[in-house]
Every structure is written in C-alpha cells, then in structure tokens.
Write a new protein. Structure first.
Length: 579
C-alpha cells in the first residue's frame, strides 16, 4: 500500500495532467469552432451566388417570353391578313368549286400561291414551282453619220438626203418576260418555260417598212423573243421547244461588252455580207434544242430547226411564219413575181461546246443553213436578163455554214481579254465565185478593265477579211460579169476589196445593282466594196449604207441606194435598267 505522501504526489500529478488535457481540449474545440464558422461563411456566400444566378435566369426567362409573345402576335396578324385575302367575295360555279376542292394546297402546302419568294428577284411561288418576272430597258441618245460627204455615184450624182450627223433615240434589246418551272412529283425532270416579248419604248410597235428592211413581223407582239417549253434536270440537262438565240450566237455573248450598242461586235461577227441581218447571230424559230448539265466545267448545246418549207429551193415562206426565213418579206430581193430569194434558208443546225473554269473560258461553235436562196443577187447583177442569168439563178441556192473558236481570260487585276476567230463558207460552184461575198474570215478582240467597283472601261476591234467575190449592185459596180452584156450588166466581181474594220470604246457606270449608264463611240471603216454598218444585231436603229433616195418605205415605194466604202461613225449615251 502506498504511503500518504506518495498518494498526495500522485494526486498532484494527476491534477496537472487533467489541466493539460483540458487546455488541449479547449484548443481543439476552438479550432473546430473556427473551422465551422469559416465553412458557414462559405456556405452563406455560395447561397448568395445561387440566389443571384436564379434572379438572372428569371430575368432571361421573362425576356424570352416577351420575344415569343411578339413572334406569336406577328404570326397571328399575318394569318389574319392572309385569311382576309383568301376570303375575298368570289363566286364560284359548281364545277369550279369541285375543282378547287380537288386541287392541292397552294405552294404544295409550304407557300401561298403567288407568295413572293425572299430575295432580289421578282419570283413568286406557284402550286408546285416558281415563276420569275424579269426584264430589261435599254434606251440611248445617239448621234451618227454615214460618212457619205463627197461621194459620187456611177451616174455622176451624189448621195441623197442628210449626209452629216443625225441625232436619234433608240430602244436597244429591251424586253420583258416570265420564266419558271413546275415540279412533276417523283418524275426526275421539271417542266420549264419562258415567254419573252420585245419592248419598243421610243417607237410604236408594228411591221417594219423602212429603206433598210421590210418585215411583216411585229417584234413588240407577245412572245416575239426567246420563248419555249421543255423538261430539265440537273443530272440530264434540258430539252426545249420554241424559238431561241442559236447556240452559235450564245457561245460568245460573254465576249461582247458592247451588246446592243453601236459598237456591237455583230457588225462583223456572224454577219456574212454586212447587212442589218446577222445571219449567224439570229434567233431560230420552230426549233428543238438540248442543253447539257455542267460536266466539270464543260457544257454542250445542240439545236435543230426544221425549215418547214415545201419549196426545195427555200423560196417559200416557212409554215407558220410571217417573213422569209433569215429576214425580210418576199420580193425584198427585187425578183418578180415576189419570192423568198434574198437569203431565205431551209433547215438549220447549230451547236457549241464551252469550258469555263475559274478565270478561263473557252468555246467552239458551228452552224449550218441548208439551201440558202440568194438568186436575187443574180437578178441584180444581170439587168439584161439574158440566158446566163437564168442559169445562174438556179445555181445560186447553196448551203452556208460558220465556225468559230474563242477564248477569254480574266486576270487578278480585273482585266478581261477576249478573242474570236471565225470562218464562214458558201458552197456555190466555181462559176458563181465571182459574186460570193458570203465566204470570209473574221476576228474580234476585246479588253475590259474594271476601274472601280462601279466603273468599267471597254475596248473592241473587229476585222472582216475579203471574200472570193462581190455581187456589187452599188456604187462599186464597174465590172461586166461572166456572160453579161457590157454597159448593161455590172458587178463588183472577184478580188473586190470588201474588207472592213470596226473599232469601239465604251465607259460604263453602275449607279445601283439594277441601274447603269454608259457612253460609247464606234467607227466602221469600209473597204471600197464593203458596206458594213453600225449597230447590227440588237439596236432599234442602225446606221447603214443607204441614202434617202426613193426610200419612202414599203416594197413598192422604196428603191434605196447603198453606198460602199463609207466611214460610218457614231456616239451614244444610254441607260440600262434590269430587274
């Protein structure tokens, strides 16, 4: 048993140990309380953050609800307006009501019938497709001269009429049209159509009876321009029936920045004799054609136009037409009785192949006219009407064709360079080569420079090479033709210099996306036997070789004189609006 003193010492040690443990426990308790307080502060901050986020979410939900309400109100207003429109007081017959009930919903249930499609074009939704209304107005103020001052004819007389500069207003390649398509259910093709009409703004539409051209066509009549129906598919291409510019013409349209201007390249390109008619830049009626899809930049176009002419020599008017094929009316060549003997042809074929990739454009094209009747040229040469002329008239019906290759390249400097080489042939026998002016070569070069986003400058030059011969019949007729009567029969004959050059420059400024203005100048410099004009191929007014002699108009009243070797010149200010 421990002694009392030992017990006392043990009690003192035990007390000290308990005090130490108590202090330690107090320290631990304080630390725990501090940690708990810190965590409580963190929890409090977290709760505050959560409350702030909840308030922001509530505010966003309120804003979203306001936007949704506005959208619903707008839809309700639009539906109410549409309902009012469709519920206009219309009286239907029993048959119409039955047909209406059977008809599908407008726009195939997706769009209202004739609802405007969003975008810059005037496109409307139809029941199963779309319809686009488009157009172009091109008017110009011109001043031109035929350059005939100082000329003296074979009879010793000068040209008749106003020989200097003449002001005029012209409507150029202006038109309005509709085009569109209709889906055909599960059929892989769409039905496509186009109806296009020429617009004569500065003149009254009607038949043409001028000293340069006689025509029964009313070019301002409905669908007087490119119009067709057909079937089209992105995979298989399109086949169309109607009337259209030939593939031969279309293939190089991109290289003609002077289209419709006095410096239009059709003064020479596609124009075999220099007339107002452009034989290989014409619109081909009653035609069927195929347009291929784009095969990695390659596009093929082919066309066939049946002549619809019962005459083997093409001297009848084609079935369904008002004019002779190729332009003008029967008798325009001077033959009595009146026939289509001034360039009328039978069947026509035309085709082109193009390649376009990035900045490069290449094309080759060919066109052929069958049995082209130019027997009136023989009548004009042989005034004596001898036996030689009768024989040659029967021979002067022959095929004509044209081919061309062309290239265009656009440089990064916004400079575009274009070039065309063309060759044309008339397949007449050797004894008619002395008057064959329809066979020659031609070239075209153009340079376009974009100066600013709205301004561009364009330069062009065309050259017509000599032909094997020339019928003459103008002031250049001074040679007796083979088998002709001296002093009575005249021709320009073989080796006549009927070459020509046409130079032109234009400045264009685009005021808006649809409206532009332009100014251009052009000059045609003819060889001694040539009579190329200014403005062939699209202008309402052309400046050609005829003076004002006996030019009242019409076949009976007109007997104009054509002067070769002139230097024609003109300037023009114009405005173009497209939609």
């Amino acid at each position: 048993m421990p002694l009392p003193s030992q017990m006392a010492r043990l009690r003192r040690k035990s007390g000290k140990s308990m005090k130490r443990h108590a202090k330690l426990a107090a320290v631990v308790l304080c630390a725990m309380l501090a940690v708990s307080a810190a965590r409580a502060d963190e929890v409090s901050d977290l709760k505050a953050q959560l409350q702030a986020l909840q308030q922001q979410m509530n505010a966003l939900q309120q804003q979203l609800q306001k936007v949704t309400d506005k959208v619903e109100q707008a839809k309700a207003s639009q539906n109410a307006s549409a309902t009012q429109t469709t519920q206009a007081p219309i009286t239907l017959s029993a048959t119409q009501a039955s047909d209406s009930a059977k008809a599908p919903a407008p726009g195939n249930g997706k769009h209202g019938f004739f609802e405007r499609k969003p975008g810059s074009d005037v496109t409307l939704y139809t029941r199963t497709g779309e319809m686009t209304i488009y157009g172009k107005l091109d008017l110009s103020l011109d001043a031109t001269t035929k350059g005939l001052s100082g000329f003296i004819g074979p009879d010793g007389n000068p040209p008749v009429g106003r020989l200097g500069w003449l002001p005029a207003l012209s409507t150029n390649l202006s038109y309005i049209g509709v085009r569109g398509f209709e889906r055909l259910g599960d059929f892989p093709f769409k039905f496509v159509y186009q109806l296009e009409t020429q617009l004569d703004v500065t003149a009254t539409a009607g038949t043409s009876e001028t000293n340069s051209n006689e025509s029964n066509q009313v070019k301002g009549a409905l669908t007087s321009r490119n119009s067709f129906i057909g079937l089209a598919s992105p995979e298989w291409g399109a086949i169309k029936l109607g009337k259209t510019w030939s593939p031969y013409r279309i293939s190089t349209d991109i290289m003609n920045p002077f289209s419709g201007m006095i410096g239009d390249y059709q003064v020479i390109i596609g124009n075999t004799g220099g007339d107002n008619r452009v034989e290989f830049g014409t619109r081909l009626d009653h035609a069927i054609w195929y347009e291929s899809p784009n095969w990695h930049g390659v596009i093929l176009s082919t066309l066939f136009s049946p002549g619809q002419n019962r005459a083997s020599n093409s001297d009848n008017i084609a079935g369904g037409e008002s004019d002779c094929t190729g332009g003008n009316v029967p008798g325009s060549g001077g033959i009595i009785p009146a026939t289509c003997s001034d360039g009328s042809f039978g069947d026509a074929v035309s085709g082109s192949i193009t390649y376009a990739k990035k900045r490069l454009y290449l094309t080759a094209a060919y066109e052929r006219h069958m049995n082209v009747n130019r027997s009136s040229d023989i009548t004009g040469i042989f005034a004596s009407g001898n036996a030689a002329s009768v024989l040659l008239q029967t021979q002067d019906v022959a095929d004509e064709d044209a081919g061309k290759v062309a290239a265009q390249y656009s440089f990064p400097s916004k400079t575009t360079v274009s070039g065309i080489f063309e060759t044309m042939h008339r397949y007449v026998p050797a004894d008619l080569q002395f008057q064959n002016e329809r066979q020659r070569m031609g070239t075209w070069f153009a340079l376009s420079q974009q100066l600013t986003s709205a301004t561009s400058l364009h330069l062009g030059w065309a050259h017509a090479f000599r032909t094997p011969g020339d019928p003459g019949q103008h002031n250049d007729s001074a040679i007796t033709p083979p088998g002709g009567v001296p002093g009575t029969d005249f021709t320009a004959g073989a080796h006549a210099d009927n070459s020509a050059d046409m130079s032109t420059v234009a400045l264009k400024y685009q005021l808006t996306k649809n409206l532009g203005v332009y100014g251009d100048w052009a000059m045609t410099l003819n060889g001694p036997a040539a009579h190329y004009d200014l403005g062939a191929g699209g202008r309402g007014l052309t400046t050609d070789c005829h003076d004002a002699f006996a030019a009242a108009g019409g076949l009976v009243a007109s007997n104009p004189h054509c002067w070769t070797g002139a230097r024609l010149m003109g300037a023009s200010l114009g405005m173009i609006w497209k939609f």
